[in-house]
Design a protein around this ligand. Structure first.
Ligand SMILES: [Ca+2]
Ligand SMILES: [Ca+2]
Length: 424
Protein backbone atom coordinates (compact mmCIF):
# COMPACT_ATOMS: atom_id res chain seq x y z
CA UNK A 1 0.00 0.00 0.00
CA UNK A 2 2.67 2.43 1.08
CA UNK A 3 4.76 1.58 -1.94
CA UNK A 4 1.81 2.18 -4.26
CA UNK A 5 1.09 5.54 -2.62
CA UNK A 6 4.67 6.66 -3.06
CA UNK A 7 4.60 5.49 -6.64
CA UNK A 8 1.36 7.36 -7.23
CA UNK A 9 2.72 10.56 -5.69
CA UNK A 10 5.85 10.27 -7.75
CA UNK A 11 3.73 9.79 -10.86
CA UNK A 12 1.56 12.75 -9.97
CA UNK A 13 4.65 14.84 -9.40
CA UNK A 14 6.03 13.91 -12.79
CA UNK A 15 2.68 14.60 -14.41
CA UNK A 16 2.47 18.07 -12.86
CA UNK A 17 6.06 18.78 -13.78
CA UNK A 18 5.45 17.87 -17.43
CA UNK A 19 2.42 20.17 -17.44
CA UNK A 20 4.29 23.10 -15.89
CA UNK A 21 7.68 22.89 -17.52
CA UNK A 22 8.75 26.53 -17.94
CA UNK A 23 6.62 29.49 -18.70
CA UNK A 24 5.59 29.41 -22.32
CA UNK A 25 7.96 31.94 -23.80
CA UNK A 26 9.21 30.74 -27.13
CA UNK A 27 12.91 31.13 -27.76
CA UNK A 28 12.06 32.05 -31.38
CA UNK A 29 10.37 35.21 -30.08
CA UNK A 30 13.52 36.44 -28.36
CA UNK A 31 15.31 39.04 -30.42
CA UNK A 32 19.05 39.55 -30.41
CA UNK A 33 20.41 42.58 -32.22
CA UNK A 34 23.71 44.33 -32.74
CA UNK A 35 24.59 47.98 -32.25
CA UNK A 36 26.25 48.04 -35.63
CA UNK A 37 27.98 51.17 -36.84
CA UNK A 38 31.54 50.11 -37.66
CA UNK A 39 33.05 47.32 -39.73
CA UNK A 40 35.59 46.69 -36.98
CA UNK A 41 35.77 47.45 -33.25
CA UNK A 42 37.34 50.79 -34.17
CA UNK A 43 35.71 54.18 -34.53
CA UNK A 44 37.96 54.66 -37.58
CA UNK A 45 35.74 52.19 -39.45
CA UNK A 46 32.37 53.80 -38.72
CA UNK A 47 30.68 53.31 -42.06
CA UNK A 48 27.62 55.51 -42.59
CA UNK A 49 29.56 58.54 -43.80
CA UNK A 50 31.56 56.37 -46.23
CA UNK A 51 28.67 54.21 -47.38
CA UNK A 52 28.85 55.63 -50.91
CA UNK A 53 32.25 53.95 -51.28
CA UNK A 54 31.62 50.59 -53.00
CA UNK A 55 34.19 48.69 -50.91
CA UNK A 56 32.66 49.93 -47.66
CA UNK A 57 29.14 49.08 -48.80
CA UNK A 58 30.21 45.60 -49.92
CA UNK A 59 31.86 44.88 -46.58
CA UNK A 60 28.86 46.15 -44.63
CA UNK A 61 26.49 44.01 -46.71
CA UNK A 62 28.53 40.88 -46.12
CA UNK A 63 28.69 41.55 -42.37
CA UNK A 64 24.95 42.16 -42.23
CA UNK A 65 24.31 38.87 -43.99
CA UNK A 66 26.67 37.06 -41.61
CA UNK A 67 24.82 38.49 -38.62
CA UNK A 68 21.43 37.57 -40.10
CA UNK A 69 22.66 34.04 -40.79
CA UNK A 70 23.78 33.75 -37.16
CA UNK A 71 20.30 34.57 -35.87
CA UNK A 72 20.36 38.36 -35.49
CA UNK A 73 16.85 39.81 -35.83
CA UNK A 74 17.52 43.53 -35.64
CA UNK A 75 20.21 46.08 -36.36
CA UNK A 76 20.55 49.37 -34.52
CA UNK A 77 22.77 52.00 -36.08
CA UNK A 78 23.69 55.25 -34.35
CA UNK A 79 24.41 58.42 -36.31
CA UNK A 80 26.63 60.92 -34.49
CA UNK A 81 25.78 64.53 -35.30
CA UNK A 82 28.76 66.79 -34.76
CA UNK A 83 29.69 69.29 -37.46
CA UNK A 84 30.16 71.40 -39.35
CA UNK A 85 33.82 72.24 -39.15
CA UNK A 86 34.48 69.67 -36.45
CA UNK A 87 37.27 67.77 -38.17
CA UNK A 88 35.13 65.28 -40.06
CA UNK A 89 36.35 61.89 -38.97
CA UNK A 90 34.46 58.77 -39.96
CA UNK A 91 32.46 59.04 -36.76
CA UNK A 92 31.35 62.64 -37.17
CA UNK A 93 28.36 63.68 -39.26
CA UNK A 94 27.23 67.13 -40.22
CA UNK A 95 24.61 69.00 -38.27
CA UNK A 96 22.25 69.20 -40.08
CA UNK A 97 23.05 66.16 -42.24
CA UNK A 98 24.49 66.80 -45.70
CA UNK A 99 22.82 65.64 -48.90
CA UNK A 100 25.47 62.94 -49.34
CA UNK A 101 24.97 61.71 -45.78
CA UNK A 102 21.21 61.52 -46.27
CA UNK A 103 21.75 59.56 -49.50
CA UNK A 104 24.05 57.18 -47.63
CA UNK A 105 21.51 56.66 -44.86
CA UNK A 106 18.79 56.00 -47.44
CA UNK A 107 20.95 53.51 -49.35
CA UNK A 108 21.94 51.76 -46.14
CA UNK A 109 18.34 51.45 -44.93
CA UNK A 110 17.31 50.12 -48.34
CA UNK A 111 20.14 47.57 -48.31
CA UNK A 112 19.33 46.37 -44.79
CA UNK A 113 15.68 45.99 -45.75
CA UNK A 114 16.58 43.38 -48.40
CA UNK A 115 18.58 41.10 -46.10
CA UNK A 116 16.91 38.01 -44.71
CA UNK A 117 17.85 35.89 -41.74
CA UNK A 118 18.06 32.14 -41.53
CA UNK A 119 14.36 31.87 -40.68
CA UNK A 120 13.46 33.93 -43.73
CA UNK A 121 12.85 36.97 -41.54
CA UNK A 122 13.79 40.44 -42.68
CA UNK A 123 16.01 42.44 -40.38
CA UNK A 124 14.44 45.24 -38.38
CA UNK A 125 16.46 48.43 -38.57
CA UNK A 126 16.53 51.08 -35.85
CA UNK A 127 18.39 54.33 -36.44
CA UNK A 128 19.27 56.76 -33.68
CA UNK A 129 21.08 60.02 -33.12
CA UNK A 130 24.07 60.84 -30.96
CA UNK A 131 24.93 64.46 -30.17
CA UNK A 132 28.57 65.57 -30.10
CA UNK A 133 30.69 68.71 -30.42
CA UNK A 134 28.66 71.52 -32.04
CA UNK A 135 25.53 69.37 -31.91
CA UNK A 136 26.04 68.64 -28.22
CA UNK A 137 22.86 70.21 -26.84
CA UNK A 138 24.04 69.60 -23.27
CA UNK A 139 26.44 72.51 -23.62
CA UNK A 140 25.39 74.09 -26.97
CA UNK A 141 28.88 75.45 -27.64
CA UNK A 142 28.42 76.79 -31.18
CA UNK A 143 26.70 79.50 -33.17
CA UNK A 144 24.70 81.27 -30.46
CA UNK A 145 23.70 78.27 -28.37
CA UNK A 146 20.35 76.59 -27.95
CA UNK A 147 17.74 78.83 -29.49
CA UNK A 148 19.57 80.07 -32.55
CA UNK A 149 21.77 77.04 -33.29
CA UNK A 150 20.66 73.75 -31.66
CA UNK A 151 16.91 74.04 -32.20
CA UNK A 152 16.83 75.02 -35.90
CA UNK A 153 19.58 72.57 -36.87
CA UNK A 154 18.01 69.72 -34.91
CA UNK A 155 14.60 70.37 -36.45
CA UNK A 156 16.09 70.45 -39.93
CA UNK A 157 18.00 67.24 -39.17
CA UNK A 158 14.79 65.51 -38.06
CA UNK A 159 12.78 66.85 -41.04
CA UNK A 160 15.42 65.78 -43.58
CA UNK A 161 16.01 62.42 -41.93
CA UNK A 162 12.35 61.36 -41.85
CA UNK A 163 11.69 62.73 -45.34
CA UNK A 164 14.59 60.57 -46.57
CA UNK A 165 13.84 57.25 -44.85
CA UNK A 166 10.19 57.63 -43.86
CA UNK A 167 8.65 56.03 -46.92
CA UNK A 168 11.18 53.24 -47.48
CA UNK A 169 9.60 49.83 -47.15
CA UNK A 170 10.81 46.24 -47.08
CA UNK A 171 9.61 43.57 -49.52
CA UNK A 172 7.16 42.39 -46.81
CA UNK A 173 5.58 45.85 -46.74
CA UNK A 174 6.92 46.88 -43.34
CA UNK A 175 8.96 50.02 -42.79
CA UNK A 176 12.65 49.70 -43.68
CA UNK A 177 13.35 51.75 -40.54
CA UNK A 178 10.85 50.60 -37.94
CA UNK A 179 12.03 52.70 -34.99
CA UNK A 180 14.08 55.86 -34.54
CA UNK A 181 15.77 57.10 -31.38
CA UNK A 182 16.07 60.85 -30.89
CA UNK A 183 18.66 60.22 -28.20
CA UNK A 184 20.16 57.50 -26.03
CA UNK A 185 20.92 57.28 -22.32
CA UNK A 186 18.86 60.32 -21.34
CA UNK A 187 19.14 61.23 -17.68
CA UNK A 188 17.21 63.79 -15.67
CA UNK A 189 18.97 64.11 -12.36
CA UNK A 190 21.94 65.29 -10.39
CA UNK A 191 25.24 63.88 -9.26
CA UNK A 192 25.74 63.54 -5.54
CA UNK A 193 27.62 66.86 -5.71
CA UNK A 194 24.40 68.54 -6.87
CA UNK A 195 25.60 69.20 -10.42
CA UNK A 196 23.26 68.18 -13.22
CA UNK A 197 24.44 64.92 -14.81
CA UNK A 198 23.36 65.78 -18.36
CA UNK A 199 22.57 69.50 -18.62
CA UNK A 200 19.71 70.59 -20.88
CA UNK A 201 18.19 67.12 -21.08
CA UNK A 202 15.02 68.79 -19.80
CA UNK A 203 15.07 71.14 -22.81
CA UNK A 204 15.78 68.28 -25.18
CA UNK A 205 12.81 66.33 -23.85
CA UNK A 206 10.38 69.24 -23.78
CA UNK A 207 11.39 71.00 -27.03
CA UNK A 208 13.19 68.66 -29.43
CA UNK A 209 11.75 65.26 -28.59
CA UNK A 210 8.10 66.30 -29.25
CA UNK A 211 9.20 67.69 -32.62
CA UNK A 212 10.93 64.38 -33.38
CA UNK A 213 7.82 62.44 -32.36
CA UNK A 214 5.67 64.58 -34.61
CA UNK A 215 7.98 63.97 -37.60
CA UNK A 216 8.15 60.21 -36.94
CA UNK A 217 4.38 59.94 -36.66
CA UNK A 218 3.93 61.48 -40.10
CA UNK A 219 5.62 58.39 -41.55
CA UNK A 220 4.37 55.71 -39.16
CA UNK A 221 7.80 55.13 -37.67
CA UNK A 222 8.00 54.45 -33.93
CA UNK A 223 9.72 57.36 -32.16
CA UNK A 224 11.67 56.57 -29.03
CA UNK A 225 14.47 57.52 -26.68
CA UNK A 226 16.31 55.22 -24.40
CA UNK A 227 17.40 55.35 -20.79
CA UNK A 228 20.32 53.88 -18.85
CA UNK A 229 20.83 51.46 -16.00
CA UNK A 230 24.41 51.22 -14.84
CA UNK A 231 26.59 50.59 -11.86
CA UNK A 232 28.60 48.06 -9.91
CA UNK A 233 27.13 45.06 -8.16
CA UNK A 234 27.44 46.84 -4.79
CA UNK A 235 24.93 49.43 -6.04
CA UNK A 236 22.56 47.17 -7.96
CA UNK A 237 22.20 44.67 -5.10
CA UNK A 238 21.99 47.28 -2.33
CA UNK A 239 18.93 46.26 -0.34
CA UNK A 240 19.01 49.31 1.91
CA UNK A 241 18.86 51.84 -0.94
CA UNK A 242 16.59 54.78 -0.10
CA UNK A 243 15.64 57.68 -2.35
CA UNK A 244 13.93 60.44 -0.41
CA UNK A 245 12.90 62.35 -3.56
CA UNK A 246 11.56 59.21 -5.27
CA UNK A 247 10.49 56.68 -2.62
CA UNK A 248 9.02 54.49 -5.38
CA UNK A 249 12.56 53.30 -6.09
CA UNK A 250 13.52 52.48 -2.51
CA UNK A 251 15.35 49.16 -2.68
CA UNK A 252 15.51 49.52 -6.50
CA UNK A 253 18.84 51.31 -6.82
CA UNK A 254 19.24 50.19 -10.43
CA UNK A 255 16.47 52.62 -11.40
CA UNK A 256 18.16 55.72 -9.96
CA UNK A 257 18.60 57.31 -13.41
CA UNK A 258 15.62 55.99 -15.31
CA UNK A 259 12.89 56.70 -12.76
CA UNK A 260 13.53 60.45 -12.25
CA UNK A 261 13.64 60.72 -16.05
CA UNK A 262 10.32 58.98 -16.68
CA UNK A 263 8.80 60.98 -13.82
CA UNK A 264 9.96 64.20 -15.47
CA UNK A 265 8.39 63.05 -18.74
CA UNK A 266 5.15 62.05 -17.06
CA UNK A 267 4.82 65.37 -15.22
CA UNK A 268 5.49 67.31 -18.44
CA UNK A 269 3.13 65.23 -20.59
CA UNK A 270 5.96 63.96 -22.78
CA UNK A 271 5.07 60.56 -24.22
CA UNK A 272 7.00 57.78 -22.48
CA UNK A 273 7.79 54.99 -24.95
CA UNK A 274 5.45 52.03 -24.35
CA UNK A 275 8.40 49.72 -24.55
CA UNK A 276 11.02 51.08 -22.20
CA UNK A 277 14.42 50.72 -23.83
CA UNK A 278 17.66 51.27 -21.99
CA UNK A 279 21.36 50.62 -21.91
CA UNK A 280 22.20 48.07 -19.23
CA UNK A 281 25.82 48.33 -18.18
CA UNK A 282 26.12 46.61 -14.83
CA UNK A 283 29.34 45.18 -13.47
CA UNK A 284 29.43 41.93 -11.55
CA UNK A 285 32.11 41.23 -8.97
CA UNK A 286 31.21 38.15 -6.95
CA UNK A 287 27.51 37.48 -7.59
CA UNK A 288 27.64 36.87 -11.33
CA UNK A 289 25.53 38.15 -14.16
CA UNK A 290 22.52 35.91 -13.61
CA UNK A 291 21.92 37.48 -10.19
CA UNK A 292 22.62 40.98 -11.44
CA UNK A 293 20.45 40.86 -14.56
CA UNK A 294 17.61 39.19 -12.66
CA UNK A 295 17.77 41.94 -10.04
CA UNK A 296 17.64 44.69 -12.66
CA UNK A 297 14.70 43.02 -14.38
CA UNK A 298 12.94 42.49 -11.01
CA UNK A 299 13.38 46.20 -10.25
CA UNK A 300 11.92 47.15 -13.64
CA UNK A 301 9.01 44.76 -13.21
CA UNK A 302 8.25 46.16 -9.73
CA UNK A 303 8.24 49.80 -10.80
CA UNK A 304 7.06 49.52 -14.43
CA UNK A 305 4.70 46.53 -14.34
CA UNK A 306 2.91 47.51 -17.57
CA UNK A 307 5.88 48.25 -19.82
CA UNK A 308 7.72 45.91 -22.13
CA UNK A 309 11.50 46.10 -21.81
CA UNK A 310 14.11 46.39 -24.54
CA UNK A 311 17.85 46.51 -23.98
CA UNK A 312 19.23 49.12 -26.37
CA UNK A 313 22.85 48.53 -25.42
CA UNK A 314 24.76 46.11 -23.27
CA UNK A 315 28.28 44.76 -23.00
CA UNK A 316 30.01 42.63 -25.57
CA UNK A 317 32.72 41.33 -23.27
CA UNK A 318 36.07 40.42 -24.69
CA UNK A 319 36.17 37.45 -22.31
CA UNK A 320 34.00 34.73 -23.93
CA UNK A 321 32.99 33.21 -20.58
CA UNK A 322 31.71 36.49 -19.19
CA UNK A 323 30.08 37.26 -22.53
CA UNK A 324 28.16 34.01 -22.51
CA UNK A 325 27.16 34.35 -18.86
CA UNK A 326 25.64 37.75 -19.46
CA UNK A 327 24.07 36.82 -22.78
CA UNK A 328 22.47 33.77 -21.20
CA UNK A 329 21.32 35.75 -18.16
CA UNK A 330 19.21 37.93 -20.47
CA UNK A 331 18.01 35.02 -22.60
CA UNK A 332 16.99 32.92 -19.60
CA UNK A 333 15.15 35.84 -18.10
CA UNK A 334 13.14 36.14 -21.30
CA UNK A 335 12.39 32.41 -21.45
CA UNK A 336 11.09 32.35 -17.88
CA UNK A 337 9.53 35.83 -17.48
CA UNK A 338 8.95 37.16 -21.00
CA UNK A 339 11.24 40.21 -20.64
CA UNK A 340 13.41 41.64 -22.03
CA UNK A 341 11.98 40.99 -25.46
CA UNK A 342 14.99 42.27 -27.30
CA UNK A 343 18.61 43.04 -26.55
CA UNK A 344 21.34 44.75 -28.56
CA UNK A 345 24.97 44.32 -27.63
CA UNK A 346 27.49 47.06 -28.27
CA UNK A 347 30.79 45.87 -29.70
CA UNK A 348 33.32 48.63 -29.34
CA UNK A 349 36.72 49.76 -28.28
CA UNK A 350 35.27 51.73 -25.39
CA UNK A 351 34.66 48.54 -23.46
CA UNK A 352 37.31 46.94 -21.25
CA UNK A 353 39.79 49.72 -21.56
CA UNK A 354 39.82 50.30 -25.29
CA UNK A 355 42.39 47.70 -26.21
CA UNK A 356 39.94 45.02 -27.25
CA UNK A 357 40.49 43.32 -30.59
CA UNK A 358 37.37 41.51 -31.66
CA UNK A 359 37.38 38.87 -34.30
CA UNK A 360 34.73 38.92 -36.98
CA UNK A 361 32.14 37.40 -36.98
CA UNK A 362 30.58 38.46 -33.70
CA UNK A 363 29.69 35.77 -31.20
CA UNK A 364 25.90 35.88 -31.60
CA UNK A 365 25.35 32.38 -30.18
CA UNK A 366 26.26 33.44 -26.64
CA UNK A 367 23.31 35.85 -26.64
CA UNK A 368 20.78 33.43 -28.13
CA UNK A 369 18.77 31.17 -25.80
CA UNK A 370 20.76 28.08 -24.87
CA UNK A 371 19.23 24.68 -24.26
CA UNK A 372 17.43 24.69 -20.88
CA UNK A 373 19.61 22.77 -18.46
CA UNK A 374 22.91 23.99 -19.87
CA UNK A 375 23.71 25.52 -16.51
CA UNK A 376 27.37 26.25 -17.11
CA UNK A 377 26.45 27.62 -20.57
CA UNK A 378 29.13 25.66 -22.39
CA UNK A 379 26.79 24.69 -25.23
CA UNK A 380 25.75 21.23 -24.05
CA UNK A 381 23.68 19.61 -21.31
CA UNK A 382 25.83 17.01 -19.61
CA UNK A 383 27.10 15.55 -16.35
CA UNK A 384 28.71 18.85 -15.34
CA UNK A 385 25.33 20.57 -15.43
CA UNK A 386 23.82 17.67 -13.52
CA UNK A 387 26.46 18.10 -10.81
CA UNK A 388 25.75 21.83 -10.55
CA UNK A 389 22.03 21.17 -10.18
CA UNK A 390 22.57 18.48 -7.56
CA UNK A 391 24.96 20.78 -5.68
CA UNK A 392 22.28 23.47 -5.51
CA UNK A 393 19.31 21.15 -5.04
CA UNK A 394 16.88 22.59 -2.49
CA UNK A 395 18.37 26.09 -2.57
CA UNK A 396 15.88 28.96 -2.83
CA UNK A 397 16.05 32.57 -3.96
CA UNK A 398 16.25 34.64 -7.12
CA UNK A 399 18.70 33.58 -9.78
CA UNK A 400 20.05 30.45 -8.09
CA UNK A 401 21.95 28.46 -10.71
CA UNK A 402 19.90 25.36 -11.39
CA UNK A 403 16.52 27.05 -10.95
CA UNK A 404 15.82 26.48 -14.63
CA UNK A 405 12.12 27.28 -14.49
CA UNK A 406 12.80 30.32 -12.25
CA UNK A 407 10.16 29.37 -9.68
CA UNK A 408 12.52 30.38 -6.87
CA UNK A 409 13.75 26.92 -5.96
CA UNK A 410 16.06 24.28 -7.34
CA UNK A 411 13.82 21.26 -7.29
CA UNK A 412 12.48 18.24 -9.13
CA UNK A 413 10.93 20.44 -11.82
CA UNK A 414 14.36 21.71 -12.75
CA UNK A 415 15.73 18.18 -12.55
CA UNK A 416 13.15 16.98 -15.06
CA UNK A 417 13.99 19.77 -17.51
CA UNK A 418 17.69 19.01 -17.28
CA UNK A 419 17.24 15.27 -17.66
CA UNK A 420 14.83 15.83 -20.55
CA UNK A 421 17.48 17.79 -22.42
CA UNK A 422 20.44 15.62 -21.38
CA UNK A 423 22.86 15.17 -24.26
CA UNK A 424 21.54 18.10 -26.27
CA1 LIG B 1 26.66 22.57 -19.93
CA1 LIG C 1 12.85 25.64 -10.07
Amino acid sequence: MKKITIFFIAFLFLFISVCTVRASYNSADYRVGVDYYSTSYSEADVFIGQYNQPAVRTLVLSQLQDMANAGVKAIKTPIWLTGPGQGQTNLNRNFPLSTQELENISQYATDVSLIRGKDGNYLDLYLGFGWLNCADYHYAPCGGGWDSYIVPNAEKTFDDFFATIGNLTRPDGKKAVSLAYAEGEVIIGNWDSGAVIKPNTDKFLTILYPYFISDANKYGITPSIYFIIQGPESKILNNSYKNTAYPAINNHASLDYIYPTTEFMRKNNIPIPTRLDMSIYVDASSSGYTTLINRVMDDLKAVYPNNDIGVAETYYFQDPVMRRQMGQAFANRFLTQGEPKEIFFWPGADINGGSAVFQWPYDIASYLPATPGDLNVDGKVDINDYSILMGNFGKTGTGVVGDIDANGKVDVFDYNILVGNFGK
